[in-house]
Design a protein around this ligand. Structure first.
Ligand code: CAA
Length: 380
Protein backbone atom coordinates (compact mmCIF):
# COMPACT_ATOMS: atom_id res chain seq x y z
CA UNK A 1 0.00 0.00 0.00
CA UNK A 2 1.35 3.41 -1.00
CA UNK A 3 1.10 6.10 1.68
CA UNK A 4 2.78 8.87 -0.32
CA UNK A 5 0.73 11.94 0.43
CA UNK A 6 -0.67 13.94 -2.47
CA UNK A 7 0.00 17.68 -2.68
CA UNK A 8 -3.52 18.32 -1.41
CA UNK A 9 -3.05 15.96 1.55
CA UNK A 10 0.24 17.63 2.44
CA UNK A 11 -1.44 21.03 2.33
CA UNK A 12 -4.29 20.00 4.60
CA UNK A 13 -1.82 18.38 6.99
CA UNK A 14 0.20 21.61 7.14
CA UNK A 15 -2.97 23.68 7.60
CA UNK A 16 -3.97 21.52 10.58
CA UNK A 17 -0.43 21.70 12.01
CA UNK A 18 -0.42 25.51 11.76
CA UNK A 19 -3.91 25.75 13.22
CA UNK A 20 -2.95 23.56 16.16
CA UNK A 21 0.07 25.74 16.97
CA UNK A 22 -1.58 29.13 16.51
CA UNK A 23 -5.16 28.47 17.68
CA UNK A 24 -5.21 25.37 19.89
CA UNK A 25 -1.95 25.62 21.81
CA UNK A 26 -2.66 29.01 23.39
CA UNK A 27 -5.10 28.35 26.21
CA UNK A 28 -5.00 24.55 26.03
CA UNK A 29 -3.84 24.26 29.66
CA UNK A 30 -6.51 26.70 30.91
CA UNK A 31 -9.30 25.00 28.96
CA UNK A 32 -8.26 21.67 30.47
CA UNK A 33 -8.14 23.15 33.96
CA UNK A 34 -11.49 24.94 33.70
CA UNK A 35 -13.20 22.22 31.63
CA UNK A 36 -13.89 24.91 29.03
CA UNK A 37 -15.35 23.89 25.67
CA UNK A 38 -13.24 25.16 22.72
CA UNK A 39 -16.16 27.02 21.10
CA UNK A 40 -14.18 29.67 19.18
CA UNK A 41 -11.68 27.07 18.00
CA UNK A 42 -14.45 24.78 16.74
CA UNK A 43 -16.06 27.66 14.88
CA UNK A 44 -12.74 28.43 13.18
CA UNK A 45 -12.27 24.76 12.30
CA UNK A 46 -15.70 24.88 10.69
CA UNK A 47 -14.49 27.77 8.53
CA UNK A 48 -11.40 25.73 7.57
CA UNK A 49 -13.60 22.82 6.51
CA UNK A 50 -12.50 20.47 9.33
CA UNK A 51 -15.99 19.75 10.68
CA UNK A 52 -17.36 17.95 7.62
CA UNK A 53 -14.18 16.80 5.97
CA UNK A 54 -15.51 13.76 4.11
CA UNK A 55 -18.94 15.20 3.29
CA UNK A 56 -19.75 15.99 -0.32
CA UNK A 57 -19.54 19.76 -1.07
CA UNK A 58 -23.24 19.61 -2.11
CA UNK A 59 -23.97 19.27 1.61
CA UNK A 60 -21.46 21.86 2.76
CA UNK A 61 -18.55 19.46 3.28
CA UNK A 62 -14.94 19.50 2.09
CA UNK A 63 -15.25 16.37 -0.07
CA UNK A 64 -11.94 14.95 1.11
CA UNK A 65 -10.86 11.37 1.71
CA UNK A 66 -10.49 9.52 5.00
CA UNK A 67 -6.69 9.77 4.86
CA UNK A 68 -6.91 13.59 4.81
CA UNK A 69 -9.28 13.44 7.79
CA UNK A 70 -6.83 11.19 9.66
CA UNK A 71 -3.96 13.59 8.92
CA UNK A 72 -5.96 16.46 10.37
CA UNK A 73 -6.99 14.43 13.43
CA UNK A 74 -3.36 13.49 14.04
CA UNK A 75 -2.12 17.09 13.89
CA UNK A 76 -4.89 18.51 16.08
CA UNK A 77 -4.45 15.71 18.64
CA UNK A 78 -0.71 16.39 18.95
CA UNK A 79 -1.73 19.58 20.73
CA UNK A 80 -5.30 19.34 22.00
CA UNK A 81 -7.20 16.05 22.19
CA UNK A 82 -10.21 17.80 23.75
CA UNK A 83 -10.76 19.75 20.54
CA UNK A 84 -9.98 16.82 18.29
CA UNK A 85 -12.62 14.57 19.87
CA UNK A 86 -15.27 17.15 18.99
CA UNK A 87 -13.99 17.08 15.40
CA UNK A 88 -13.94 13.29 15.39
CA UNK A 89 -17.48 12.76 16.69
CA UNK A 90 -18.89 15.39 14.34
CA UNK A 91 -17.09 13.98 11.27
CA UNK A 92 -17.12 10.23 11.80
CA UNK A 93 -20.19 9.49 13.85
CA UNK A 94 -22.60 12.25 12.93
CA UNK A 95 -21.83 13.63 9.45
CA UNK A 96 -20.70 10.31 7.95
CA UNK A 97 -23.69 8.46 9.38
CA UNK A 98 -26.15 11.06 8.10
CA UNK A 99 -24.58 11.36 4.67
CA UNK A 100 -24.37 7.59 4.18
CA UNK A 101 -27.75 6.54 5.58
CA UNK A 102 -29.85 9.69 6.01
CA UNK A 103 -32.73 10.75 3.73
CA UNK A 104 -32.36 13.69 1.36
CA UNK A 105 -34.60 15.77 3.65
CA UNK A 106 -32.43 14.92 6.68
CA UNK A 107 -29.30 15.86 4.77
CA UNK A 108 -30.79 19.19 3.69
CA UNK A 109 -32.10 19.95 7.15
CA UNK A 110 -29.18 18.82 9.32
CA UNK A 111 -26.09 17.75 7.40
CA UNK A 112 -25.41 21.09 5.71
CA UNK A 113 -25.25 22.93 9.03
CA UNK A 114 -23.27 20.14 10.71
CA UNK A 115 -20.62 19.84 8.04
CA UNK A 116 -19.89 23.57 8.01
CA UNK A 117 -19.56 23.61 11.81
CA UNK A 118 -22.51 25.99 12.15
CA UNK A 119 -23.85 23.43 14.63
CA UNK A 120 -22.30 20.29 16.05
CA UNK A 121 -23.71 16.83 16.63
CA UNK A 122 -23.59 14.03 19.21
CA UNK A 123 -23.82 10.25 18.90
CA UNK A 124 -25.86 8.65 21.67
CA UNK A 125 -25.45 4.90 22.06
CA UNK A 126 -24.03 4.28 25.55
CA UNK A 127 -26.33 3.82 28.50
CA UNK A 128 -25.83 3.24 32.22
CA UNK A 129 -26.10 -0.51 31.55
CA UNK A 130 -25.20 -0.68 27.88
CA UNK A 131 -21.71 0.62 27.20
CA UNK A 132 -19.79 -2.24 25.63
CA UNK A 133 -22.87 -4.46 25.43
CA UNK A 134 -24.53 -2.21 22.87
CA UNK A 135 -27.39 -4.56 21.93
CA UNK A 136 -28.84 -4.24 25.47
CA UNK A 137 -30.46 -0.86 24.86
CA UNK A 138 -32.91 0.18 27.58
CA UNK A 139 -33.90 3.46 25.95
CA UNK A 140 -37.17 2.88 24.14
CA UNK A 141 -38.63 4.49 21.03
CA UNK A 142 -42.23 3.31 20.87
CA UNK A 143 -43.93 3.55 17.50
CA UNK A 144 -46.93 5.86 17.79
CA UNK A 145 -47.85 6.09 14.12
CA UNK A 146 -46.49 9.43 12.95
CA UNK A 147 -43.88 9.68 15.72
CA UNK A 148 -41.79 7.70 18.20
CA UNK A 149 -42.14 8.23 21.93
CA UNK A 150 -38.62 8.28 23.31
CA UNK A 151 -37.84 7.38 26.95
CA UNK A 152 -34.56 6.57 28.67
CA UNK A 153 -31.11 7.77 29.65
CA UNK A 154 -27.86 7.97 27.70
CA UNK A 155 -24.48 8.24 29.42
CA UNK A 156 -21.02 9.65 28.65
CA UNK A 157 -22.19 11.58 25.61
CA UNK A 158 -19.45 13.63 23.96
CA UNK A 159 -20.69 17.11 22.92
CA UNK A 160 -23.55 16.42 25.36
CA UNK A 161 -24.49 20.05 25.93
CA UNK A 162 -22.76 21.78 23.04
CA UNK A 163 -24.51 19.79 20.31
CA UNK A 164 -27.73 20.86 18.62
CA UNK A 165 -28.42 17.53 16.90
CA UNK A 166 -28.29 14.11 18.59
CA UNK A 167 -28.34 10.73 16.89
CA UNK A 168 -30.05 8.55 19.49
CA UNK A 169 -30.09 4.75 19.38
CA UNK A 170 -33.18 3.21 21.01
CA UNK A 171 -35.13 -0.03 21.21
CA UNK A 172 -38.48 -0.05 19.39
CA UNK A 173 -39.30 -3.76 19.51
CA UNK A 174 -37.71 -5.76 22.36
CA UNK A 175 -38.87 -9.06 20.83
CA UNK A 176 -36.69 -8.45 17.79
CA UNK A 177 -33.51 -7.81 19.83
CA UNK A 178 -30.91 -5.83 17.91
CA UNK A 179 -33.13 -5.98 14.81
CA UNK A 180 -35.73 -3.93 16.70
CA UNK A 181 -33.43 -0.96 17.34
CA UNK A 182 -33.75 2.43 15.60
CA UNK A 183 -31.54 5.50 15.20
CA UNK A 184 -33.43 8.77 15.62
CA UNK A 185 -32.45 12.39 15.07
CA UNK A 186 -33.31 14.37 18.18
CA UNK A 187 -33.01 18.14 18.35
CA UNK A 188 -31.94 20.11 21.39
CA UNK A 189 -35.00 21.78 22.87
CA UNK A 190 -37.49 19.02 22.03
CA UNK A 191 -39.97 18.77 24.89
CA UNK A 192 -38.96 16.16 27.46
CA UNK A 193 -35.27 16.19 26.48
CA UNK A 194 -33.01 17.14 29.40
CA UNK A 195 -29.24 17.41 29.63
CA UNK A 196 -27.61 16.25 32.87
CA UNK A 197 -24.65 17.91 34.61
CA UNK A 198 -21.20 17.88 33.01
CA UNK A 199 -19.03 14.89 33.94
CA UNK A 200 -15.84 15.74 35.88
CA UNK A 201 -13.31 13.86 33.77
CA UNK A 202 -9.71 12.77 34.15
CA UNK A 203 -8.80 13.79 30.60
CA UNK A 204 -10.14 15.45 27.44
CA UNK A 205 -11.56 17.92 29.93
CA UNK A 206 -12.18 20.65 27.35
CA UNK A 207 -14.81 18.49 25.68
CA UNK A 208 -18.19 18.31 27.35
CA UNK A 209 -19.54 14.93 28.40
CA UNK A 210 -23.04 14.57 29.80
CA UNK A 211 -25.88 12.20 30.56
CA UNK A 212 -29.04 12.82 28.55
CA UNK A 213 -32.54 12.12 29.77
CA UNK A 214 -35.54 11.57 27.53
CA UNK A 215 -39.05 11.60 28.96
CA UNK A 216 -41.88 11.10 26.47
CA UNK A 217 -40.01 12.97 23.74
CA UNK A 218 -42.07 12.97 20.53
CA UNK A 219 -39.67 12.33 17.68
CA UNK A 220 -41.26 12.63 14.21
CA UNK A 221 -41.09 9.48 12.07
CA UNK A 222 -39.20 11.35 9.38
CA UNK A 223 -36.32 11.66 11.90
CA UNK A 224 -35.61 7.93 11.81
CA UNK A 225 -32.38 7.10 9.96
CA UNK A 226 -32.81 4.27 7.47
CA UNK A 227 -35.44 1.53 7.52
CA UNK A 228 -37.28 0.36 10.64
CA UNK A 229 -34.89 -1.79 12.71
CA UNK A 230 -31.71 -0.51 11.05
CA UNK A 231 -30.50 1.35 14.17
CA UNK A 232 -28.04 -1.23 15.52
CA UNK A 233 -26.39 -1.79 12.14
CA UNK A 234 -26.29 1.98 11.71
CA UNK A 235 -24.43 2.27 15.04
CA UNK A 236 -21.98 -0.55 14.21
CA UNK A 237 -21.21 0.73 10.72
CA UNK A 238 -20.76 4.26 11.96
CA UNK A 239 -18.54 3.17 14.86
CA UNK A 240 -16.36 1.12 12.51
CA UNK A 241 -15.34 4.37 10.78
CA UNK A 242 -15.32 6.30 14.05
CA UNK A 243 -12.64 3.98 15.36
CA UNK A 244 -10.30 5.14 12.61
CA UNK A 245 -10.78 8.73 13.80
CA UNK A 246 -10.03 7.80 17.41
CA UNK A 247 -7.04 5.73 16.29
CA UNK A 248 -5.77 8.91 14.60
CA UNK A 249 -6.41 10.83 17.78
CA UNK A 250 -4.38 8.28 19.75
CA UNK A 251 -1.60 8.46 17.16
CA UNK A 252 -1.59 12.26 17.48
CA UNK A 253 -1.39 12.18 21.28
CA UNK A 254 1.53 9.72 21.05
CA UNK A 255 3.34 11.79 18.42
CA UNK A 256 2.75 15.02 20.33
CA UNK A 257 4.09 13.57 23.58
CA UNK A 258 7.08 12.09 21.77
CA UNK A 259 7.94 15.38 20.06
CA UNK A 260 7.91 17.19 23.41
CA UNK A 261 10.02 14.47 25.03
CA UNK A 262 12.54 14.55 22.18
CA UNK A 263 12.91 18.34 22.38
CA UNK A 264 13.19 18.29 26.17
CA UNK A 265 15.78 15.52 26.18
CA UNK A 266 18.01 17.51 23.83
CA UNK A 267 17.84 20.59 26.07
CA UNK A 268 17.88 19.19 29.58
CA UNK A 269 21.30 18.38 30.96
CA UNK A 270 22.15 15.88 33.70
CA UNK A 271 25.46 14.29 34.68
CA UNK A 272 27.33 16.63 32.35
CA UNK A 273 25.42 16.07 29.09
CA UNK A 274 22.00 16.37 27.46
CA UNK A 275 19.80 13.58 28.77
CA UNK A 276 19.17 12.38 25.17
CA UNK A 277 22.81 11.33 25.17
CA UNK A 278 22.26 8.95 28.05
CA UNK A 279 21.34 5.55 26.69
CA UNK A 280 18.52 5.14 29.22
CA UNK A 281 16.71 8.04 27.52
CA UNK A 282 17.89 7.36 23.96
CA UNK A 283 16.47 3.83 24.13
CA UNK A 284 13.14 5.15 25.35
CA UNK A 285 13.08 7.57 22.39
CA UNK A 286 13.95 4.72 20.02
CA UNK A 287 11.06 2.61 21.32
CA UNK A 288 8.62 5.52 21.16
CA UNK A 289 9.60 6.42 17.61
CA UNK A 290 9.33 2.81 16.44
CA UNK A 291 5.91 2.26 18.01
CA UNK A 292 4.52 5.54 16.69
CA UNK A 293 5.69 4.74 13.16
CA UNK A 294 4.04 1.29 13.37
CA UNK A 295 0.83 2.84 14.70
CA UNK A 296 0.89 5.46 11.94
CA UNK A 297 1.07 2.80 9.23
CA UNK A 298 -1.83 0.94 10.80
CA UNK A 299 -3.98 4.06 11.06
CA UNK A 300 -3.21 5.16 7.49
CA UNK A 301 -3.87 1.61 6.23
CA UNK A 302 -7.33 1.61 7.83
CA UNK A 303 -8.08 5.01 6.29
CA UNK A 304 -6.93 3.88 2.85
CA UNK A 305 -8.97 0.66 3.21
CA UNK A 306 -12.05 2.82 3.78
CA UNK A 307 -11.19 5.10 0.85
CA UNK A 308 -10.62 2.16 -1.48
CA UNK A 309 -13.87 0.44 -0.53
CA UNK A 310 -12.10 -2.46 1.22
CA UNK A 311 -13.29 -3.93 4.51
CA UNK A 312 -12.09 -1.60 7.26
CA UNK A 313 -13.77 -3.16 10.30
CA UNK A 314 -10.69 -5.28 11.01
CA UNK A 315 -8.00 -2.75 10.09
CA UNK A 316 -9.87 0.03 11.95
CA UNK A 317 -10.21 -2.04 15.13
CA UNK A 318 -6.54 -3.12 14.98
CA UNK A 319 -5.43 0.47 14.39
CA UNK A 320 -7.47 1.70 17.35
CA UNK A 321 -6.29 -1.09 19.62
CA UNK A 322 -2.63 -0.56 18.83
CA UNK A 323 -2.55 3.24 18.50
CA UNK A 324 -4.36 3.72 21.82
CA UNK A 325 -1.88 1.39 23.54
CA UNK A 326 1.00 3.34 22.00
CA UNK A 327 -0.62 6.64 23.07
CA UNK A 328 -0.80 5.47 26.67
CA UNK A 329 2.70 3.99 26.78
CA UNK A 330 4.30 6.93 24.97
CA UNK A 331 2.60 9.52 27.16
CA UNK A 332 3.76 7.72 30.32
CA UNK A 333 7.34 7.59 28.99
CA UNK A 334 7.18 11.26 27.95
CA UNK A 335 6.32 12.15 31.55
CA UNK A 336 9.19 9.96 32.77
CA UNK A 337 11.67 11.65 30.43
CA UNK A 338 10.52 15.06 31.69
CA UNK A 339 11.09 13.91 35.30
CA UNK A 340 9.62 16.34 37.85
CA UNK A 341 8.74 18.78 35.07
CA UNK A 342 6.59 16.10 33.48
CA UNK A 343 4.38 16.10 36.52
CA UNK A 344 3.45 19.77 36.28
CA UNK A 345 0.99 21.31 33.87
CA UNK A 346 3.07 23.74 31.83
CA UNK A 347 5.08 20.96 30.16
CA UNK A 348 1.85 19.51 28.65
CA UNK A 349 2.79 15.82 28.92
CA UNK A 350 0.83 15.18 32.13
CA UNK A 351 -2.33 16.32 30.27
CA UNK A 352 -1.44 14.08 27.33
CA UNK A 353 -1.06 11.14 29.70
CA UNK A 354 -4.54 11.81 31.10
CA UNK A 355 -5.99 12.35 27.62
CA UNK A 356 -4.40 9.19 26.22
CA UNK A 357 -6.34 6.91 28.57
CA UNK A 358 -9.72 7.66 27.03
CA UNK A 359 -8.58 6.37 23.64
CA UNK A 360 -8.50 2.89 25.21
CA UNK A 361 -12.07 3.32 26.43
CA UNK A 362 -14.37 5.26 24.08
CA UNK A 363 -15.75 4.08 20.75
CA UNK A 364 -15.18 0.60 22.08
CA UNK A 365 -12.72 -0.38 24.82
CA UNK A 366 -9.54 -2.25 23.90
CA UNK A 367 -11.36 -5.42 24.93
CA UNK A 368 -14.16 -4.64 22.44
CA UNK A 369 -11.57 -4.13 19.70
CA UNK A 370 -10.20 -7.60 20.52
CA UNK A 371 -13.72 -9.04 20.17
CA UNK A 372 -14.10 -7.37 16.77
CA UNK A 373 -10.61 -8.45 15.63
CA UNK A 374 -10.90 -12.05 16.82
CA UNK A 375 -14.35 -12.50 15.28
CA UNK A 376 -13.12 -11.04 12.04
CA UNK A 377 -10.04 -13.30 11.78
CA UNK A 378 -11.94 -16.39 12.90
CA UNK A 379 -14.65 -15.85 10.28
CA UNK A 380 -12.12 -15.61 7.44
N1 CAA B 1 -21.04 -3.54 10.46
C1 CAA B 1 -22.25 -4.03 10.16
N2 CAA B 1 -22.95 -4.87 10.94
C2 CAA B 1 -22.38 -5.24 12.10
C3 CAA B 1 -21.11 -4.80 12.49
C4 CAA B 1 -20.43 -3.91 11.62
N3 CAA B 1 -19.23 -3.41 11.91
N4 CAA B 1 -20.82 -5.34 13.68
C5 CAA B 1 -21.85 -6.11 14.04
N5 CAA B 1 -22.80 -6.05 13.07
C6 CAA B 1 -24.08 -6.75 13.00
C7 CAA B 1 -23.90 -8.27 13.01
O1 CAA B 1 -23.67 -8.75 11.70
C8 CAA B 1 -25.21 -8.73 13.57
O2 CAA B 1 -26.20 -8.69 12.57
P1 CAA B 1 -27.03 -10.04 12.14
O3 CAA B 1 -27.67 -10.54 13.39
O4 CAA B 1 -27.97 -9.53 11.12
O5 CAA B 1 -26.01 -10.97 11.62
C9 CAA B 1 -25.56 -7.63 14.57
O6 CAA B 1 -24.84 -6.46 14.17
C10 CAA B 1 -25.22 -7.98 15.99
O7 CAA B 1 -23.87 -8.27 16.02
P2 CAA B 1 -23.21 -9.18 17.13
O8 CAA B 1 -23.98 -10.45 17.28
O9 CAA B 1 -21.76 -9.28 16.81
O10 CAA B 1 -23.48 -8.31 18.44
P3 CAA B 1 -22.87 -8.42 19.88
O11 CAA B 1 -23.97 -8.15 20.84
O12 CAA B 1 -22.10 -9.68 20.02
O13 CAA B 1 -21.89 -7.14 20.01
C11 CAA B 1 -20.04 -5.71 19.64
C12 CAA B 1 -20.99 -6.76 19.07
C13 CAA B 1 -18.96 -5.55 18.60
C14 CAA B 1 -19.40 -6.12 20.96
C15 CAA B 1 -20.84 -4.39 19.82
O14 CAA B 1 -21.79 -4.48 20.84
C16 CAA B 1 -19.96 -3.19 20.09
O15 CAA B 1 -19.33 -2.64 19.17
N6 CAA B 1 -19.91 -2.71 21.34
C17 CAA B 1 -19.16 -1.51 21.69
C18 CAA B 1 -20.00 -0.29 21.51
C19 CAA B 1 -19.18 0.95 21.51
O16 CAA B 1 -18.24 1.10 20.77
N7 CAA B 1 -19.59 1.90 22.35
C20 CAA B 1 -18.97 3.16 22.37
C21 CAA B 1 -20.00 4.23 22.38
S1 CAA B 1 -19.83 5.51 21.22
C22 CAA B 1 -18.68 6.60 21.78
O17 CAA B 1 -17.88 6.28 22.60
C23 CAA B 1 -18.72 7.90 21.11
C24 CAA B 1 -18.08 9.01 21.83
O18 CAA B 1 -18.69 9.69 22.61
C25 CAA B 1 -16.69 9.35 21.54
Amino acid sequence: MDFTLTEEQQMIQQAARDFAQTELLPGVIERDEKQEFPRTQIQKMGELGFMGMMVDPTYGGSGMDTLSYVLVMEELSKVDASSSVVVSVNNSLVCWGLETYGSEEQKQKYLKRLSTGEIIGAFCLSEPEAGSDATSQKTTAIDKGDHYLLNGTKNWITNGSSAEVYLVIAQTDVEKGHKGINALIVEKGMEGFEIGPKEQKMGIRGSDTHSLMFTDVRVPKENRIGADGFGFKFAMKTLAGGRIGIAAQALGIAAGAYELALKYSKERKAFGKEIANHQAIAFKLADMHTQIEAARFMVYKAAVDKDQGNDYVLSGAMAKLYASQVAMETAVEAVQIHGGNGYVKEYHVERMMRDAKITQIYEGTSEIQKIVISRSILQK
